[in-house]
Design a protein around this ligand. Structure first.
Ligand SMILES: Nc1ncnc2c1ncn2[C@@H]1O[C@H](COP(=O)(O)O)[C@@H](O)[C@H]1OP(=O)(O)O
Ligand SMILES: [Mg+2]
Ligand SMILES: [Mg+2]
Ligand SMILES: [Mg+2]
Length: 305
């Protein structure tokens, strides 16, 4: 048995699977045969979502058979999917890292892995591939402990960002975090918000913050990375619609970098396999979180009780 912790081996496998998924997603876009099916209103799935899900499920379930994996796409893994990532392939960058002490002894069957094989599908089908991310989040006791985010269309070969709660974020440099109790500048905020799932309630929450700039971009992973990197001050989504696989990986990275992700009431999300919806919205900041939550109007909050 390897002496390397389960968490480090799991992140290594997830990095390999996310990178391979990125290659699959780029290939599907290149062929132009997206194979779009509608799962619901404004909720498409493509061949890239299906193939990337099979790749990630096969890689993680073969190496960690006792892990509870919850993926967005309901697709059956086929025998060829097990060779997409070679069984002995690892990420040397991950394996050389030290596991944070609190996570060293976590066991396979303590963990839940939340997989969004392609986040930002709508944008993928509408000519905004740079909004797409591959999301693999890990939770323990219903809270995020690690995450991997791959951006298939970042630069010529894509970018992979990963981290463990209690450790550093790797693959990008997060903006400096500040006190959640800090007061935010009035009229100076850059808010990132949905491009394809706008509603009056989402708008009401954003308008109440009197933002300097409102950036409409696709994908939950993409928007949270923008906050993590300092391209926006907050992601504010006063709506249902996102699910636990949309937030788990990114929340782990935000936590590792000292930021905060909550619902519109300022409460933590619980990564409980029986409650996959983020039914009270999502708010992400790297500083001034409490002030931002306080500025969301009560009638907006009342819609998510
Ligand atoms: N109403 C919805 N139905 C299905 N998925 C949604 C909905 N709203 C948001 N999502 C998921 O959350 C992500 C972020 O939403 P938005 O881009 O609107 O901010 C979407 O890319 C989509 O993930 P996915 O593309 O993985 O299905
Ligand atoms: Mg989807
Ligand atoms: Mg998603
Ligand atoms: Mg998805």
């Amino acid at each position: 048995m390897s002496s390397t912790s389960v968490m480090i081996r799991l992140i290594s496998a997830s990095v390999c699977a996310a990178n391979k998924s990125g290659a699959i997603i780029r290939e599907v876009l290149k062929t132009g045969e997206l194979g779009i099916v509608q799962k619901g209103v404004n909720d498409p799935q493509t061949e890239a979502d299906r193939r990337a899900q099979r790749c990630i499920s096969a890689t993680i379930q073969s190496r960690f058979p006792e892990i509870n994996l919850i993926g967005e796409e309901d697709v059956a893994v086929e025998s060829d999917d097990y060779t997409l990532v070679k069984p002995d392939e690892e990420s040397d960058d991950v394996l050389k890292e030290t596991c944070p002490p609190d996570l060293v002894n976590l066991k396979e069957n303590d963990l839940t892995v939340w997989v969004d094989p392609l986040d930002g599908t709508k944008e993928f089908t509408e000519g905004f591939p740079e909004h797409v991310t591959v999301l693999i989040g890990i939770s323990y006791n219903e809270r995020p402990v690690g995450g991997v985010i791959h951006q298939p269309f970042y630069g010529p070969t894509g970018r992979t960002v990963w981290g463990l709660v209690g450790g550093a974020v790797k693959g990008m440099t997060p903006v400096a975090s500040g006190d959640p109790g800090e007061k935010l500048s009035e009229g100076g905020l850059r808010i990132v918000v949905t491009r394809s799932h706008m509603s009056q309630t989402v708008r009401d929450a954003v308008d109440a913050l009197n933002p300097k700039e409102v950036l409409h971009v696709g994908g939950s992973g993409n928007k949270i990375l923008m906050v993590l990197e300092g391209a926006a001050d907050a992601y504010v989504y006063a709506s249902t619609g996102t699910k636990k696989w949309d937030t788990c990986a990114a929340e782990a990275l935000v936590m590792a970098a000292g930021g905060k992700l909550t619902n519109v009431h300022g409460s933590h999300l619980l990564y409980n396999p029986t409650q996959i919806m983020n039914s009270k919205g999502v708010v992400v900041t790297m500083r001034g979180h409490d002030d931002l939550i306080a500025r969301i109007p009560s009638p907006v909050k009342a819609k998510f009780c």
